[in-house]
Ligand binder design. Structure first.
Ligand SMILES: *[C@@H]1O[C@H](CO)[C@@H](O)[C@H](O)[C@H]1NC(C)=O
Ligand SMILES: *[C@@H]1O[C@H](CO)[C@@H](O)[C@H](O)[C@H]1NC(C)=O
Ligand SMILES: *[C@@H]1O[C@H](CO)[C@@H](O)[C@H](O)[C@H]1NC(C)=O
Ligand SMILES: *[C@@H]1O[C@H](CO)[C@@H](O)[C@H](O)[C@H]1NC(C)=O
Length: 295
């Protein structure tokens, strides 16, 4: 962050993406709140400029959804993990200003809702990956896109739940819970016998993808920890076993989708940074579910 030009209004160069730089925002807010030099406002300023960019500069769809792209309005399921959790976290930390706190938590919820309104296919219970705008769209039910949406909504839900104004968000928390459950429940319907999900969840011609399998299992375990509804834990546990068997001796996750093409497996010997991160999220979600289930 300190390497960015001083006039940059976002946290890193997003290569045209609105959401991606904002995904660092939670860490920047934490860096601000835990800084030892209290005269150093640089983290706070960087976070507030990033928030300002998201809310007031980035293009929006007619329904109010903030675009995932800077140069045109285009909605990607990925956005739901990148931006709403940051907006929500900013709101939860705005403890000195209750109305700002409520407004930002509501905005984070609304972005999830507005994205779902556009991306969800009701029949499948799954989300499309990329819609609107010119250039390439991806109308498939991409595994990782659904995982980004479920896990992103989960982070918003958890942030609202742990905020001081949680009791004012009962309806929103209920909806987020249903919407996460809808995705994970619909995804596991297409689970293969060895525990994996396919890169396009409901397309049998697609290939096995460990990345989305890992993040959807993590989201399933986290959701169960909150709701104490264990209906989807069994398929997620089978997925967890598959992931454990899909790590090489150095700990790299095998059988990932190439995170840049979305529709081809990673080349032999090439690893997926996001798949690798999903393994850690899965392991910690499992650990917390087990810990919270010991009576
Ligand atoms: C603390 O931050 C201020 C403002 O950025 C800076 O001028 C000062 O040198 C910092 N102090 C230390 C000990 O780093
Ligand atoms: C940064 O931390 C200070 C407390 O040290 C707080 O007053 C300020 O609101 C924080 N900035 C953000 C953007 O949360
Ligand atoms: C919750 O979702 C339902 C169904 O989509 C919707 O009618 C309702 O307005 C939502 N509630 C809130 C607070 O957004
Ligand atoms: C799991 O099964 C799928 C077919 O459903 C197959 O393509 C994939 O290679 C298998 N994964 C492992 C790790 O054996």
């Amino acid at each position: 962050m300190r390497a960015l030009p001083v006039d940059s209004k976002v946290l890193v160069d997003g290569d045209g993406a609105v959401g991606d730089p904002a995904s660092l925002g939670v860490a920047v807010l934490l860096a601000n709140w835990t800084r030892t030099n209290l005269s150093d406002s640089s983290f706070s300023v960087a976070a507030s400029q990033q928030l300002n960019h998201l809310l007031y500069v980035a293009p929006r769809n007619a329904n109010g959804a903030i675009s995932h792209r800077e140069d045109q309005v285009q909605l990607w399921a990925d956005f739901v993990y990148m931006a709403p959790p940051f907006i929500a976290y900013y709101g939860a930390l705005s403890t000195g200003d209750t109305s700002q706190s409520i407004d930002l938590l509501q905005e984070a919820y609304d972005q999830c809702r507005l994205y779902r309104d556009i991306l969800r296919d009701a029949d499948a219970g799954l989300w499309k990956h990329i819609v609107l705008g010119s250039g390439e769209q991806d109308l498939t039910h991409w595994g990782t896109g659904n995982a980004w949406a479920a896990a992103g909504m989960l982070r918003v839900l958890e942030t609202i739940r742990h905020s001081r104004v949680s009791s004012q968000f009962e309806a929103q928390k209920g909806n987020l819970t249903l919407w996460i459950d809808e995705i994970v429940g619909s995804a596991w319907k297409h689970q293969q016998t060895n525990g994996t999900l396919l890169n396009v969840l409901d397309d049998p011609r697609s290939f096995a993808d460990s990345s989305s399998t890992a993040l959807l299992a993590a989201a399933t375990f986290r959701l169960a920890s909150i709701t104490r509804d264990f209906s989807h834990v069994l398929p997620a546990t089978r997925a967890f076993q598959l992931i454990q068997q899909s790590l090489d001796s150095d700990g790299w996750l095998l059988n990932t989708v190439d995170p840049l093409t979305f529709n081809t497996p990673s080349a032999p010997g090439v690893h997926s940074p996001e798949g690798q991160a999903f393994v850690l999220l899965l392991e910690s979600a499992w650990r917390d579910l087990v810990a919270s289930s010991i009576i």
